[in-house]
Design a protein around this ligand. Structure first.
Ligand code: HEM
Ligand SMILES: *[C@@H]1O[C@H](CO)[C@@H](O)[C@H](O)[C@H]1NC(C)=O
Length: 325
């Protein structure tokens, strides 16, 4: 009786939060409350063990929310391996191949979850819980992650290339890419605030430093001159070095936005956010910690609800890199 009463109230809470919070996505907070009540703590503890041996995994793991959700929705399609001549998203040169990493973390988390609650927690949900946890561990805001996503069957490299814009993109290109996913200009500015953590490879700024607009030898004139000099010292042309995105790679703070305002954005895509009045006004608001820490969770919840599979669509993968056989 107690159990069924408990279950009834969990279901009631679920239905209510679905109606009032989950919008049309079908996701809601507490999807695993009855079926895998320790899912989030298992995820966090396993994540911490990976971070203890490589703290730089935080950047790529937060980035993966974006790279998964913009391609076929948040269905963990990014985590699937290439098979039988099909080149999967993770092997798309440019956005993913040799750039995104940390896939072994999902495999470790998935294995830990399978031993507690086999066949229950989707890889797509793990991605979103991990992103929230990384944000919190780096000193950023927390939020409740809506769950109930299911995993997709398909992963195609060409779709990653078509949906993920590059670091040399101008503002309108980024705006249109986000608009095509139902995300606003404000979401674009706020979500790129994720560039407050992590690192970049020098190759991502090579054109900006040495071949701006396709002019051999030209450096982006909008870049702060002394900052450009520093960047060139760290990243000689063709270098395989890496550098911190905003100078504090483990700290989720407002430094990214502050640097944008003094022409020290790392990528052309970052710098473009102050080239038009509206995004520039959002950048200015987000330099305030309270604003950014309130807005980031809101935009992450929207990102994490893109084109999700729920109900009986998709599957719960046994291993994040493979569809179930
Ligand atoms: C139009 C928008 C965006 C562009 C053009 C862009 C581009 C890039 C590029 C070029 C890198 C460096 C990759 C490398 O050199 O290996 C990077 C890193 C990163 N991006 Fe973005 N990004 C965008 C939006 C986002 C969003 C929406 C998020 C998350 C919500 C995000 C999170 C990150 C993080 C955390 C890193 C650091 C990765 C690491 O440490 O390995 N980015 N981004
Ligand atoms: C410079 O940019 C142009 C145009 O994008 C490109 O065709 C050319 O290959 C680039 N040169 C170098 C050395 O990267």
């Amino acid at each position: 009786m107690v159990t069924s009463g408990g279950r009834t109230s969990i279901i009631l809470v679920a239905v209510i939060s679905c109606l009032f919070v989950g919008q049309a996505s079908g996701l809601y907070v507490g999807f695993y409350a009855a079926t895998c009540p320790n899912a989030e703590s298992i995820i966090l503890e396993t994540l911490k063990t990976f971070l203890a041996s490589d703290p730089t995994l935080g950047g790529p793991l937060l980035r993966i929310s974006y790279h998964d959700c913009f391609v076929r929705g948040c269905d963990a399609s990014l985590l699937l391996n290439s098979v039988n001549g099909n080149v999967a998203e993770k092997d798309a040169p440019g956005p993913n191949l040799n750039s995104v990493r940390g896939y072994e973390v999902y495999d470790g988390i998935k294995a830990a979850l399978e031993s507690s609650c086999p066949g229950v927690v989707s890889c797509a949900d793990i991605i979103q819980i991990v992103s929230r946890d990384i944000t919190v561990l780096d000193g950023g805001p927390s939020w409740e992650v809506q769950t109930g996503r299911r995993d997709g069957f398909t992963s195609i490299a060409a779709e990653a290339l078509a949906n993920l814009v590059g670091p040399d993109s101008d503002y309108d290109t980024q705006k249109n890419a986000f608009a095509s996913k139902g995300l606003s200009e404000k979401d674009l500015v706020v979500l790129t605030g994720a560039h407050t953590i992590g690192r970049s490879r020098c190759v991502s700024i090579d054109q900006r430093l040495y071949n701006f607009s396709g002019v051999q030898g030209l450096t982006d004139p909008s870049l702060d001159v002394s900052f450009a000099r520093e960047l060139k010292a760290t990243c000689p042309s063709g270098s395989s070095n890496t550098l911190e995105m905003d100078g504090t790679q483990f700290k989720f703070d407002t430094r990214y936005f502050q640097r944008l305002e003094v022409n020290k954005g790392l990528f052309s895509s970052d710098a473009s956010l102050i080239t038009q009045p509206f995004p520039a006004s959002v950048v200015d608001q987000e330099t305030h910690k309270d604003t950014f820490f309130a807005d980031f969770p809101e935009s992450m919840i929207k990102l994490a609800a893109l084109e999700v599979l729920t109900g009986s669509d998709g599957e719960i993968r046994n291993h994040c890199a493979f569809v179930n056989s």
